[in-house]
Design a protein. Structure first.
Length: 448
């Protein structure tokens, strides 16, 4: 087992990883940018190293600075968290060549998952249902038109290197397809340095349901059920829950088994997420696979009683998974709320600044993952998440009741947050009935 790990991230996930290391008796090294000097996680690390100025490209994305810190601190492994270098195959390779374990999947698996066309090909090979589409890149507008007419409008043009909806266009007819094809390509080129696009049939008002998987280096892969992440705004998830309120046991089993088949053909180990769209008739279609631990992993930890960060560390050290598929049972219902320093009444405008009053939520069924405290200043340089509230109870109804209580207990003054918005959503009958899709927030909660 490792003796010393470097955490190449910031904020709540850095703290989460440090806690897992403490629980395993592993020493920790935290790296930080000049803007993060006051982050809570630095106080809990055995060693801290400043790796550069506030700008991410000069600190948390700066591979030479992070590798230098790892060499100086003499760590055996690096946990990349989410975002930043977590899905950077080159970084995984550099770690390997420096004899440092990258706590994540292989560089090859990261590369395959990062290319959605390649990932869809692997899914097809694994007999995983995919959204009907182009079965590969589309190189010119003539092919795009031919394929779109074949699969039938409306269609989506998607970037192979895409994510977060960038380089994505919907087309309802020939002219909008031609326009969308070119604008998706140029957006993809400037965002990802890769103009490759592909086509998919547009699924109307889908739910976003994803399967958590984890594999070891001995060929074992286990799924830990699903998360419903349908409550998003502009491709930013706001609320995630497990189980999905509308998934039946047979569909869950079929999705889980599909995710495992895909992981196996991709030689996948470590934690990963297989994303599906679920249509109105509960048909599921693979869309992409994320090769990192995700923000919303705690809802899965709650309902499956696992520790995914601990498990990632163990499998990176070559240990077999500590559980088998038949050991995994889903118990109760968990919901996560992302508390962002954003003003929902001002079009979610970022609201960095000093937290003058801070009282965390607590009590039965409540988990609070956060790096902030009273007197902390939320820097303007990074994503705006200041904490995650995770509630877990035996039923969805009880989880909602605990969420309302916990959100009311949470006191944050000095900055605007998404907490008041969540209290309104929790009073909405559609949410309480589990009747949401990816358009819910925009329909009901975009500025009054
Ligand atoms: C789709 C879709 C409908 N049909 N694909 C958005 C980002 C990327 N992860 C995939 N996305 C979508 N892909 C087909 N064929 C609708 C979306 C989509 C969406 C998906 C999940 C959650 C929120 C969303 C918001 C808008 C569009």
């Amino acid at each position: 087992m490792f003796h010393r790990i470097l955490v190449a991230n910031r904020g709540e996930i850095a703290l989460r990883i440090l806690r897992a290391c403490k629980d395993l008796g592993i020493e920790t090294v935290a790296v930080y940018s000049e803007a993060d000097r006051d982050s809570l996680h630095l106080r809990y690390a055995d060693e801290t190293i400043c790796i550069g100025p506030a700008s991410s490209s000069m600190s948390y994305l700066n591979i030479p600075a992070i590798i230098a810190a790892a060499e100086i601190a003499d760590v055996e492994a690096i946990h990349p968290g989410y975002g930043f270098l977590s899905e950077n195959a080159h970084f995984a390779e550099v770690c390997q060549s420096c004899n440092i374990k990258f706590i994540g999947p292989s560089a090859q698996a990261i590369t395959d998952c990062g290319d959605k066309v390649a990932a869809k090909a692997l899914a097809a090979k694994a007999n995983v249902p995919c959204v009907p589409g182009s079965d590969g890149p589309v190189d010119n507008e003539h092919d795009a038109l031919r394929i779109a007419r074949e699969i039938g409008f409306p269609v989506l043009i998607k970037a192979a290197a895409g994510g977060g909806g960038r380089g994505m266009r919907v087309a309802h007819n020939d002219p909008s397809l031609v326009t969308g094809f070119h604008s998706a390509r140029s957006e993809a080129e400037s965002a990802f340095n890769n103009s490759t696009v592909y086509l998919e049939k547009f699924v109307d008002k889908p739910r976003h349901v994803e399967i958590q998987i984890i594999g070891d280096t001995h060929g074992n892969v286990v799924h830990l059920g699903e998360r419903d992440c349908s409550l998003q705004r502009r491709h930013q998830k706001l609320i995630e829950e497990s189980p999905c309120p509308v998934l039946d046991e047979d569909t869950r089993k079929a999705m889980g088994e599909a995710a495992i088949r895909l992981a196996k053909v991709a030689n996948y180990y470590s934690a990963g997420t297989v994303e599906f769209l679920l249509d109105k008739d509960n048909n599921f279609y693979f869309i992409e696979i994320n090769s990192r631990i995700q923000v919303e992993h705690p809802v899965t930890e709650a309902v499956t009683d696992t520790d995914l960060i601990r498990e990632m560390i163990l499998v990176a050290a070559g240990e077999p998974l500590s559980f088998r598929q038949e050991d995994i049972e889903m118990r109760g219902h968990a919901i996560e709320f992302r508390i962002n320093a954003e003003d929902p009444d001002q079009n979610f405008k970022p609201s960095p600044g000093k937290i003058k009053t801070f009282v965390p939520p607590a009590g039965p069924g409540v988990r609070w993952d956060s790096h902030v405290y009273q007197g902390y200043t939320v820097p303007p340089h990074y994503d705006s998440m200041v904490g995650k509230l995770i509630v877990h109870r035996r039923t969805r109804k009880q989880a909602i009741a605990v969420a309302k209580r916990a959100l009311a207990e949470l006191q944050i003054e000095g900055i605007a947050t998404t907490a008041p918005l969540f209290l309104r959503i929790l009073d909405h009958s559609d949410f309480c009935n589990g009747d949401v899709d990816t358009g819910f927030i925009d329909r009901y909660f975009t500025p009054r």
